[in-house]
Design a protein around this ligand. Structure first.
Ligand SMILES: NC(=O)c1ccc[n+]([C@@H]2O[C@H](COP(=O)([O-])OP(=O)(O)OC[C@H]3O[C@@H](n4cnc5c(N)ncnc54)[C@H](O)[C@@H]3O)[C@@H](O)[C@H]2O)c1
Length: 442
């Protein structure tokens, strides 16, 4: 089985430690190395988890492992993942898969040249038993045709201007923040339960705290509190808040919003699916419950009880009813599914898997970029239409800077044609010249 597989974890911060804990609990493979650019942290984790080897870079351990868990900040995902894939190592990467679709597409190209590498992205919410139960109920047509999908992902750990983290810096976190960091989870969870993907988006993103105070001692761990008096002022360009209208390929309509500045909301991901017969609602802060909404009979609160779940969803429940399972257990389920896939000798792209693959991670990146384009152009954007455009640009083999120009040009053209369409519908004398000029000069 997997017992002989040797695992190296790259990045030993907040989520890296959760991976180590889950790997230990699963017990199917050996944790043999941990690296972090902060050597003291890597060393502390190696002592904590009894890991024989620690270091500061992936290159030091690549020859000694069979699997890499990439738990580094977003800007390091492409480099670490690509090194692992090229070396023929299975790769379990954190989300979002990359900073942009150029990077995520490059990883897919790399995987095509290394087809035996098993790849996963840690979209862990889909592995909660109650999310799987929603998926089964929808697939079994228990709620009828899916009409609407709605929800949110709200946090408050970045609500003060003294709150700071690498996620706020586009060069590390990427050009999108709330959407990429937490919206990506929401998108994956919804696409999983509905069994369809988001095809078109119309978004409004906002940076509500445009200047933040970064502590000079640079202690800005994930979910840590800001504060102190010795800080420097930093401009922020990424969104604290985003709202997205969307249409799915199966025809369902939806809306969600994300925020990292909503007081009292710690990790509040919730989603609701409205069907022609009934609705289903799940909130990750009450992960053991699904609300089943009915109109002509009593609505129900279903709690996690393995013998009452569908057989498929029950396989994601580790504990008996009344022994709560949540975020940590869903993460464990994701890692376990990945190792089972390897142990069963399954082949990526051929055999079905329940965890998110790099293809899924790339699709989420495409949707995230369409959301950014939509917010900039104040218009609906087709995810596939934008992807086709960007592929054509990439095939020209121009530099990344030229690609970004091409993207902005496309956005301006989109805004321009939208405004022209709007203008043509106006009575003579009321053309919105001002909006037109603004978009062209953006
Ligand atoms: N799936 C989830 O629910 C979930 C939750 C939190 C974070 N994440 C993702 O995990 C990643 C890490 O987030 P975090 O909150 O753990 O951040 P973190 O800042 O707590 O930890 C990141 C660690 O990576 C180290 N690091 C940076 N560059 C490195 C490199 N080149 N090689 C080795 N180590 C390096 C840093 O020193 C740090 O210790 C992010 O991509 C984030 O989006 C996912």
């Amino acid at each position: 089985m997997c017992g002989c597989l040797r695992i190296g974890v790259v990045g030993a911060g907040f989520v890296g430690e959760r991976h180590m804990d889950a790997i230990r609990r699963i017990g199917q493979a050996h944790l043999v190395a941990v690296v972090d650019t902060d050597y003291d942290l890597a060393h502390a984790r190696s002592e904590q988890y009894g890991i024989p080897r620690c270091g500061v870079a992936i290159d030091e351990i690549l020859d000694e492992v069979d699997v890499i868990h990439n738990c580094t900040p977003n800007n390091m995902h492409v480099e670490v993942n690509t090194k692992a894939i090229r070396a023929g190592k299975h790769i379990f990467s954190e989300k979002p898969l990359a900073l942009n679709t150029t990077e995520s597409r490059a990883m897919l190209d790399c995987l095509r040249r290394n087809p035996k590498v098993v790849h996963a992205v840690n979209f862990n919410y889909r592995m909660n038993p109650m999310v799987q139960e929603m998926k089964q109920k929808i697939a079994a047509n228990e709620i009828g045709d899916v009409l609407l999908v709605h929800g949110a992902y709200l946090q408050d750990w970045l609500m003060f201007d003294t709150d700071y983290n690498w996620r706020l810096e586009p060069s590390v976190g990427g050009p999108l923040r709330a959407i990429a960091d937490i919206g990506s989870h929401w998108i994956d969870a919804v696409q999983t339960v509905v069994g369809s993907s988001i095809a078109e988006v119309c978004a409004d993103l906002a940076t509500l705290i445009p200047i933040r105070k970064k502590r000079k001692d640079d202690r800005a761990a994930t979910f840590s509190k800001g504060g102190g008096t010795d800080y420097e002022l930093r401009p922020v360009t990424t969104e604290d808040y985003g709202a997205v209208l969307f249409r799915m390929r199966n025809g369902a309509r939806g809306v969600f919003y994300v925020s990292q500045v909503s007081a009292g909301r710690k990790n509040c991901l919730y989603l609701e699916v409205d069907g022609t017969k009934s609705s289903l609602y799940w909130n990750q802060e009450r992960p053991e419950e699904i609300f089943i909404g009915n109109r002509d009979s009593a609505s129900l609160l279903m709690t996690r009880s393995p013998d009452q779940l569908s057989a498929q969803a029950a396989s994601y429940a580790c504990l008996p009813a009344g022994h709560p399972e949540g975020w940590n257990d869903a993460l464990l389920n994701n890692i376990r599914a990945f190792y089972r896939f390897i142990a069963d000798g399954k082949v990526p792209g051929v055999d079905d898997c329940d965890f998110a693959t790099f293809e899924d991670g790339h699709r989420v990146m495409q949707i995230a970029e369409a959301i950014l384009s939509s917010s900039r152009t104040r218009s609906w954007v087709s995810v596939d239409g934008r992807e086709r455009h960007m592929r054509r640009v990439e095939q020209l083999h121009v530099s990344r800077t030229v690609q970004i120009w091409a993207q902005r040009l496309w956005e301006q053209e989109t805004a321009l044609s939208r405004n022209l369409r709007l203008a043509l519908r106006q009575p003579v004398g009321e053309f919105p010249y001002q909006g037109l000029e603004l978009c062209v000069s953006d």
